[in-house]
Design a protein around this ligand. Structure first.
Ligand code: UDP
Length: 457
């Protein structure tokens, strides 16, 4: 449904400034913009998005006072706390300005914030503007927060190691091992507080999900009973939104020319997303697994993603000579285009939710190498619910890696997965077309936002 009218209606987006979160928030912005809304993106100066990629949006930089702060991944909880503390007042002031300048910016209808960016909700609430949450992961992962908090209240943690393979109560197909945090050790109090904050909706009036009834039906309906606010599962955003670049790192487009020279379905694409890092041993064993598999491969190795090295200095001696033109290594790829290329036949992935959706939408079966958080739950669903992915059982054993690659790329098992993932792709496409569940939810979301009473300031 598109909006018809004279006065612009605007939504204010508050993304969490990491690649896997900012991408779906900006995609949601383009979806809402295509449906007639003006879009304002209120963002931290730290990891700020590039406005030139979205000339249709208004960007509102917020003073985050993070310069000099340790923003490494290991300090995430402190970064989150600092952003929420430092950005609330600047955001509130900016919202007031936006509303005063309604002629230019349109009527501010609501704030849509990442669940981690709770300052977005507090400021909106203070000004009596409705706020909605955008969940950038799936509903199964949100369920794990509830279950962990519940089990913690019952003093169940740490679990005995022997129980890690037992099923998690009330979450379809998940074992304790797949929860996203190690359940066999004491869970630190700040982590529990983080889970409690993120899963608490506070004054927010709805949840928008970058997921889909096809993928997440059971978890969505279980969570719906808990939250009792409207849910709008309108994913997959990567297909709903018109294509645009949201990368922080420069995309090395020359790999597309290399892909053009490869046979259909022959290339294994490898990427562990924007945050995960690996040890030297895993780099070496992966390299030899790839070399010995005989398959062409496109490998993303981000700078500093191998512990103790700047880029690829620790690749084993003789590896590059052994693979020659059969391998292509880049620092960052145009991943959505790579997965859509006919030469790509498999994806060795960390199973981040965006990568998972992008691969499913291009019917590319996966080898799953999850590292942390929702990657573990996603990997479990890929390998044991949707059956479109293989588990990589030992990441430091070149023979196991080679065998898994061959199983996916050459053997019948891989072919069967390719057929199943094609069916999933078709179902996902249907869901975003007229009459599909995500299409309907998007119309309902538009109507919902427009139903909020106009706020004067
Ligand atoms: N990505 C990319 N080029 C790369 C590697 C990743 O464009 O070389 C993109 C990928 O398409 C996805 C995002 O980075 O949209 C990673 O998000 P995901 O949720 O998969 O993982 P995270 O980075 O949050 O761990």
């Amino acid at each position: 449904m598109a909006i018809v009218g004279v006065q612009k209606q605007s939504v204010v987006l508050v993304p969490y400034p990491y690649q896997g979160h900012i991408t779906p928030m900006l995609q949601l912005g383009t979806i809402l913009h295509s449906n007639g809304f003006s879009v304002v993106v209120a963002h931290t100066k730290f990891n700020s998005p590039d406005p030139s990629n979205h000339p249709e949006f208004t960007f509102l930089p917020l003073e985050d006072n993070l310069s000099g702060f340790d923003t490494s991944y290991y300090n995430t909880l402190a970064v989150v706390a600092a952003i929420n503390e430092n950005c609330k007042v600047p955001f509130q002031d900016s919202l007031v300005q936006l509303m005063k300048d309604e002629e230019k910016n349109g009527q501010v209808r609501c704030v849509i914030h990442d669940p981690i960016m709770t300052f977005g909700r507090s400021a909106a609430n203070h000004l009596q503007i409705p706020s909605l949450v955008l969940c950038t992961y799936n509903a199964v992962y949100m369920q794990t927060y509830h279950t962990i908090l519940q089990l913690q209240a019952e003093n169940c943690f740490p679990l005995q190691e022997s129980r890690m393979l037992e099923p998690v109560p009330d979450i379809h197909a998940l074992r304790f091992k797949d929860l996203g945090i190690p359940a066999d050790i004491e869970i630190p109090q700040p982590v529990l507080e983080f889970f409690a904050n993120v899963s608490n909706l506070g004054s927010s009036v709805a949840i928008i999900w970058n997921t889909n009834q096809e993928l997440d039906h059971i978890a969505l309906s279980q969570l719906q009973r808990h939250y009792e606010v409207p849910f709008f599962p309108i994913g997959p955003f990567n297909k709903m939104a018109p294509p645009s670049s949201t990368s922080f790192l420069e995309e090395e487009r020359n790999c597309m020319e290399w892909l053009d020279k490869q046979d259909p379905n022959s290339v294994l694409y490898i990427s562990l997303g924007s945050l995960a890092s690996i040890e030297k041993k895993e780099l070496e064993e992966t390299a030899w697994g790839l070399a010995n598999s005989g398959q062409p491969f496109l490998w993303v190795i981000r700078p500093s993603s191998v512990n103790g090295s700047e880029w690829i200095e620790q690749l084993p001696k003789g590896f590059q000579e052994a693979v020659g033109e059969r391998g292509c290594i880049v620092k960052w790829s145009p991943q959505k285009e790579v997965l859509a290329h006919s030469a790509v036949g498999g994806f060795l992935t960390h199973c981040g939710w965006n990568s998972t959706l992008e691969s499913l939408c291009e019917a590319v079966p996966m080898i799953c190498r999850p590292c942390f958080a929702d990657q573990l739950t996603n990997a479990r669903y890929l390998t044991h619910v949707w059956n479109v992915g293989l588990e990589l059982e030992n990441v430091t054993d070149r023979v196991a890696i080679e065998k898994t690659i061959k199983k996916l790329m050459v053997d019948n098992e891989g072919n069967e997965m390719r057929k199943r993932v094609l069916e999933m792709k078709q179902k996902l496409e249907t869901s975003i077309q007229k009459g599909g569940s995500s299409y309907r939810s998007l119309n309902e979301l538009t109507e919902f936002i427009l139903s909020f009473p106009r706020k004067e300031y």
